[in-house]
Ligand binder design. Structure first.
Ligand code: DC
Length: 224
């Protein structure tokens, strides 16, 4: 039987890493919805369009084909943009692009379509509330902003990027504010989601906690 797992939470809470591990362990397809907002943002930047110009960004959607592969690659109009969408430029601009109504409607329709015929684990900000309100399992991951900044700083250092801890902290605080205060689909837990605080947990511990929750919920709903 097909089932869906929604994982939401703020930037840097580790959703994508966890969703990816769960997908591999449980044989689910991982849909990283943040990557889709990043792809639209990259398209705007590459076309020389100001990401703060909603009308011009909306106009790009007619020529925007995004594909996610099971290997975790992201294609934009046929080009592999898996690495490019993680640049600082895209990270800085994506919070604006993801507030636009037409962009959200376009991507939400795609996300729903992708989950129609496959068992998925989908991560984002509005999966349990808007994209898949009937998801079989809803998990909301939180972690203190200081812990998330520490993780981001460590990741950047490992990648050879020279950002300070303070830069990471300020960037996450700014993104939290934009994501949770926007008018459309603000970041918040669905009323029926299970909240996990990952501040003091390792990746393995979060994965096994999620697996436990998924198994319990599927059993309760008699999904085999
Ligand atoms: O998860 P991420 O950092 O790759 O997400 C990039 C941006 O996209 C982030 O600023 C929030 C936004 N986003 C969103 O608004 N809704 C989603 N379902 C996923 C991401």
């Amino acid at each position: 039987m097909i089932y869906s797992v929604a994982i939401d939470g703020p930037s840097g809470s580790g959703k994508s890493t966890i969703a990816d591990r769960l997908a591999k362990r449980l044989g689910l397809v991982h849909i990283d919805t943040g990557a889709m907002y990043r792809a639209v943002t990259l398209l705007a930047l590459e076309k020389g369009i100001d990401p703060k110009n909603e009308v011009k960004v909306d106009a790009l959607l007619d020529d925007c084909v995004i594909e996610l592969t099971v290997e975790g690659k992201v294609f934009l109009n046929g080009e592999d943009v898996t690495t490019k969408i993680r640049s600082n430029e895209v990270s800085d601009a994506v919070s604006y692009v993801s507030t636009y109504k037409q962009v959200r409607e376009f991507l939400v329709a795609k996300q729903r379509e992708m989950s129609k015929s496959l068992s998925v684990v989908m991560d984002g900000r509005d999966i349990g509330t808007v994209v898949l309100p009937n998801a079989d399992v809803k998990i909301y991951q939180v972690a203190s902003v200081e812990k998330r900044a520490e993780r981001r700083f460590k990741e950047n250092t490992e990648k050879g990027l020279s950002t300070s801890y303070e830069d990471c902290l300020n960037n996450l605080k700014k993104r939290d504010l934009i994501d949770s205060s926007r008018a459309i689909s603000p970041l918040r837990p669905a009323s029926d989601s299970i909240i996990i605080d990952t501040s003091d947990l390792s990746i393995d511990e979060v994965v096994s906690e999620c697996e436990k929750i998924i198994a319990e919920q599927l059993k309760e709903k008699n999904i085999k």
